[in-house]
Design a protein around this ligand. Sequence first.
Ligand SMILES: Nc1nc2c(ncn2[C@@H]2O[C@H](COP(=O)(O)OP(=O)(O)OP(=O)(O)O)[C@@H](O)[C@H]2O)c(=O)[nH]1
Ligand SMILES: [Mg+2]
Length: 345
Amino acid sequence: MSSELAVTMLGASGVGKTTLLTSIYEQLEAIGEEVNLQLIPNLETKAILEENLQRLKSLEYEMKADPITSGILGTSALSGPDSLPKFNFDLGKKDKKTECKLIFRDYPGGYISRKDPREREFIKTLLRECAVVIIAIDTPAMVEPTIIQGENWQPTKNSGKWHEAINQPEEILELFKAAYFKLDEPKLIIFAPVKCETYVQTEGSAKQVQEYIKKKYAPLLEFFHDSSRANNLAVVTTPVQTVGCLIFWKIELEYLNKPRFWFRKKGRDTLYSPQDNDHLLRYFLSFLLKLHNSTLLEQRSIVLRTIRKTFGGKNEFEQAIAQFAKERKTTAGFGILQGQQWLNL
Ligand SMILES: Nc1nc2c(ncn2[C@@H]2O[C@H](COP(=O)(O)OP(=O)(O)OP(=O)(O)O)[C@@H](O)[C@H]2O)c(=O)[nH]1
Ligand SMILES: [Mg+2]
């Protein structure tokens, strides 16, 4: 029997969930080169993510964040949430077949705000069932003031003018409140500011991005920190440069004052080159290792028993994961906001 560990993306429409998932996929081969671990996508997963990857590799020099004209297509469901694909990866040692699956869930971000109760319910169920939640944050929306800043960005008191409209932090908080009302099992929450290339080039400004997360998601962080659930929650920030090549250029106001964010390549010939996507995985696998070592949980969890069986004993599994996880970045906006005990190696 195979067992599964589920991970869900979370974020409003167009913030960059699918692009982030694709950049994680792009990273998989490199893991195998570094340590004795492999994450192998199944055929359907590979076909979808490979198509996304090709689209991202052919980004224009100047582009507006618009799922119709540039980048990858907005995620859509043919016939309701149940028809959405699951992104399956086999996790194992390089030379061994494994029965442990990681399943990534992605869906149209519109599900967050739409009034369709079936769609909201679908996300709540995902939040309850998944051990790991990756919150994709549109960074320019979180930090830019009004019309244009970009390269010379400095925080001002108007920063993040479009945050509520685009990232919808209130809707996200409501979903967590419904899903984490009673939390019995540990969860990892990853805040992943994306489209962040412009803001993470120096240690100082990357740190600012982390400060922005603390400020703009303060009510959500407070909810995570509540004593009734704090012990079961680890919270990290991982600014992933999901395309690597684009920097923020300007905001234009379109019909009905809808903001449209424009990006430009660093140079005419700059190629798609995501950065730091591996570090998100390093935090993720640190958490997995911790779960694996938790004897209390192990008794209850088929997943953990299977992982142990798969990796042929504690030490081998620990070594491979720990070796990969210990290189995780702890500067430039990366770090643990809560639940160190679930990530300590
Ligand atoms: N500059 C820049 N643009 C990006 C990046 N990631 C995504 N985009 C742009 O934002 C658009 C939306 O990205 P997606 O990854 O499809 O966003 P999503 O959250 O999956 O959106 P839905 O599927 O509609 O919920 C893309 O088509 C790109 O135009 C990024 O890292 N940098
Ligand atoms: Mg999508």
